[in-house]
Ligand binder design. Structure first.
Ligand code: G1P
Length: 298
């Protein structure tokens, strides 16, 4: 299905420090959720949203992501020969999006810097940013991304961000917006990166999906590095919003919850939710978990 926006950047360069030691020698984006790596869920979502050109912004140690999306004719042949034909579509992730490219962020200088590495790829077109460690919806988040893209186009926006309401103890983990109005779609007055709960302008957190016009690159160029030397994407969005640019927030709907696997607790939660929703194993797993609920030895 044709999408409104052809191009997507998928940053996968983060070190995954909050998931060490699991992420010492493997990218967090390759951790399994429901039988596939997290990043495959993200690429499937983008494929369904009509993306045709996808650029991964990778880093050292992320080579297995490239291996995963590379065609592997030998494996396919071996599966066919051994009568495992039915597995072929699941291993051929290379077919999801027509054109997949890679570039590297050589120094970990933050999400904003990672996005800047996509400038030549993006050219003068609007583009999607989909974080490689967040899945939208148990059954694919294509509608959320498509809806955000539609809002971006209809409002003639500079940026549109998907947001979801989080618990007060979670606001310090995300970019939090200050909406100008209530409702499902609203203009954003400003945005703050990881505020203390008391200082948070709302509980609406950026959910890892953004649509940008190329003006974001100019804004990123003007952002000063934070205390950790990182260029924050949130700071660039804030300068657009506070400078009179049009930044639109789009709330995720029921069934479009964001599953962020960036820390161990949220990874566990995500893993369980997908495992329980599994058509083949879900019901037995549910019974298994129930039988262990009262068993304190684990
Ligand atoms: C990044 C962004 C943050 C956003 C979050 C979504 O943070 O900086 O604004 O809310 O992704 O997952 P990170 O998770 O990389 O620390």
């Amino acid at each position: 299905m044709a999408g409104l926006i052809d191009k997507a950047l998928v940053p996968v360069a983060g070190r995954g420090t909050r998931l060490l030691p699991a992420t010492k020698a493997q990218p967090k984006e390759m951790l399994p959720v429901g039988g596939k790596p997290v990043v495959q869920h993200v690429v499937e979502e983008l494929a369904h949203a009509g993306v045709r050109d996808l650029l991964f912004v990778t880093a050292r140690g992320k080579g297995s992501i490239e291996d995963h999306f590379e065609p592997d004719p030998d494996l396919i042949e071996a599966l066919r020969k051994s009568g495992k034909q039915d597995l072929v579509p699941s291993v051929d992730a290379s077919q999801l999006v027509p054109n997949v490219y890679y570039t590297r962020q050589p120094v970990p200088r933050g999400l904003g810097d990672a996005i800047q590495h996509g400038r030549a790829f993006v050219g003068n077109e609007p583009f999607i940013v989909a974080l490689g460690d967040s899945i939208i919806g148990l059954r694919g988040g294509a509608t959320a991304t498509r809806r955000t893209a539609r809002v971006f186009v209809e409002w003639g926006a500079d940026a549109a961000v998907a947001v979801e309401e989080v618990r007060p103890d979670q606001v310090a983990s995300y970019g939090i917006v200050r909406p100008m109005a209530v409702g499902e779609v609203f203009r954003v007055a400003t945005i703050v990166e990881k505020p203390e709960p008391k200082a948070a302008p709302s509980r609406l957190a950026v959910a890892g999906r953004y649509i940008f016009s190329p003006t974001i690159f100019q804004a990123l160029q003007d952002v000063r590095p934070d205390a950790n030397g990182e260029i924050q994407l949130t700071d660039a969005i804030r300068s657009i919003a506070e400078g009179g640019g049009k930044v639109i927030g789009v709330r995720l709907r029921r069934g479009e919850e964001r599953y962020d696997i960036g820390n161990l607790r949220s990874y566990y939660e995500t893993f369980f939710r997908f495992a329980l929703a599994d058509a083949e194993h879900g019901s037995r797993l549910r019974a298994y978990l129930r039988s262990h609920m009262t068993d304190r030895s684990g």
